[in-house]
Each structure stands twice: as C-alpha cells, then as structure tokens.
Write a protein that binds this ligand. Structure first.
Ligand code: SF4
Ligand code: SF4
Length: 300
C-alpha cells in the first residue's frame, strides 16, 4: 500500500503541541478559493513550473513526445495539463537543466514514511510533540492513514489528524482510536456560502464535528479568517454558538495570507482573490467573540 504525499515538514511548532513532523497528504475533496496549498488539492503528482528559473532553452518541449508543452508568445512554456500523460519517468523534468520543472507529489510506503518520521522521535519525546497528518485532506487516503496512525501508536508517537471533516463518520470513527488530537476546520456556518467558497456544503462537516465531541475526542477547531468571505460578525457569532452548543472548548484562528500565490502560478492556475490579510484589530474582535462564549481562542 502506498500513500501520496506532497511535503514533510520537520520541526513544526504550529500543527499541535511540541515539536512535530507534519506530513501533507495530497488530494482534497474541497477547493477553497483561499487555499494556501493548491499543490495539495489534486490526488495525483503534478509538475510545477518556475518561470524565474527558466532560461527558455526548450529542452522540455523537445523531450515531451505527447505535445503537452508548447511555447507562449512571451517565450515561456505552457504545460497543457489535460494532455500531459504524467509519464513514468517525467522526461520533461529530466531534460531541464535549470530545475525550472519540479514534480510535486510522491508515493511512499508505510515503512518509508515511518522511517522518515521516526528520525525525530527524540524531539517528540523531549517536547511532548509527535506527528501530524495534514493536507490536502488526509482522510481521502483512508486505508493508508489508518495503517500509518496504527504504526505510530505502536511506536508510542503522539498523533494528530488535521482535517476539513468532509468524510463519512464511519471512516473517521475507525481512525479515531489511533489519534490523540483532532485539528478540525470550520470554514463557514452557512452551507450555501460554504459551497460557494469551498465547492462543498457543510452539513457533513458540522455533523462530524458534533460526533467527535459526543465521542469525547479531544478536538481543536480551526477557523481560517478570510476578510470579506467568512469574517462577518454574524458568521463568527453563529460558529461560536454552534461550537459552544456541541461542547467545543478551543478555537484557533488562522489569518488569511498570500504566501501560497506563487504556487498557483507554478501550477498554471489563476488566483482570483484580491484581498489582504485581516488586521490585528479585526482578529482581536473575532477572538473576543469566541472568548465571550467561554471558548479558549488563539490566533495562530
Ligand atoms: S510528463 Fe510526459 S506528457 Fe507530461 S509534460 Fe512531461 S513529458 Fe510531456
Ligand atoms: S527545459 Fe527548463 S529551462 Fe528549458 S524551457 Fe523547459 S523549463 Fe525552461
């Protein structure tokens, strides 16, 4: 069995307690318009093209026998991802001497991933840290993460699932036995708006959130704060009320940032958001709403 990952971040201190290794699983059922990890959305390896490194030698164009790479008027190349066959050895990437083409997404076995995360076991022990599975959406690769979490627990490693919650309760329930903490996204309380901004409605997500707490699973709710999209007072107050009602205790606010924009360009995707990060003042106001409801709230 193999899982598809797109990054392993070691010494992470933002994805749960202590020093952690965060493994990013590739593939997600949502398509949030503010997504900071667009390379994590598709459940297949993808080619990233960095224009800044490209010297317009066109070796990649010649190497592609399927006509998937052409030359734009400005001299840069264009990868037609619908035609691209994802050749086994990626001759286009091999042909590029400038490292302007790079593959994102790697298949790994459980053993390979365990070897990688166990390198930092000492740090986990000394800091009460561990391993976090994030994404993309880890539960999209249910069988793989179930086995991986089992193996982590056998080794005494603290485990966290960072999830958007858009999965069946049946699957989630099977994984929970091997998880110490869930980081759970709530993006919008209004289902129509949720669908408009993420591509899916939120009924399953809200229902799973309640089920987690009904089953006494330690859960921290994470709310991305996206100015003009989900930061209106009514939405925040309704989320706070909902979390209080289902027994939530802790909320993390994740302020919108524009650090992922370059990745859109490298993937050939248009980035449509023209907003800035939320102000410190607006974040503090949002934080106050959660605190008023008796929820612990941190701005990450
Ligand atoms: S992976 Fe294959 S088909 Fe796709 S661009 Fe590269 S050489 Fe062409
Ligand atoms: S081979 Fe590399 S440097 Fe040359 S055109 Fe292609 S991407 Fe650019």
């Amino acid at each position: 069995m193999k899982g598809l990952i797109f990054n392993i971040q070691r010494y992470s201190i933002q994805d749960g307690p202590g020093i952690r290794t965060t493994v990013f699983m590739k593939g997600c059922p949502l398509k949030c318009i503010w997504c900071a990890n667009p390379e994590g959305q598709k459940p297949v390896p993808e080619i990233l093209y960095d224009k800044n490194k490209c010297n317009k030698c066109y070796q990649c164009v010649n190497a592609c026998l399927h006509g998937a790479i052409s030359i734009f008027q400005d001299g840069f190349i264009d990868i037609n991802r619908r035609i691209c066959k994802r050749c086994k050895k990626y001759p286009c990437i091999d042909a590029c001497g400038e490292e302007a083409l790079k593959l994102v997404g790697k298949f790994v076995t459980i053993e390979e991933l365990m070897q990688e995360v166990e390198k930092d076991s000492l740090f986990y022990r000394n800091s009460n840290g561990g391993v976090t599975l994030s994404g993309g959406e880890p539960t999209k690769q249910f069988e793989f993460i179930l086995e991986f979490f089992k193996r982590c627990k056998e080794k005494g490693i603290h485990t966290i699932l960072d999830t958007c919650g858009y999965t069946s309760w049946g699957s989630l329930k099977k994984i929970l036995e091997y998880i110490d903490l869930v980081l759970y996204d709530i993006k919008h309380i209004d289902s129509e708006k949720h669908k408009k901004f993420t591509g899916v409605s939120n009924e399953i997500i809200l229902s799973n959130a309640k089920a987690l707490l009904d089953n006494n699973i330690k859960t921290i709710f994470r709310i991305p704060i996206i100015p003009g999209y989900n930061d209106e007072k009514e939405n925040i107050e309704t989320i706070a009320r909902f979390l209080k009602e289902i027994g939530g205790k802790e909320v993390n606010l994740l302020p919108y940032h524009r650090l992922g924009i370059k990745k859109y360009e490298k993937l050939g995707i248009n980035y449509s958001l023209k907003i800035q990060s939320p102000t410190k003042r607006s974040l503090e106001e949002i934080k106050a709403i959660f605190k008023e409801k008796g929820l612990k709230c941190l701005i990450i």
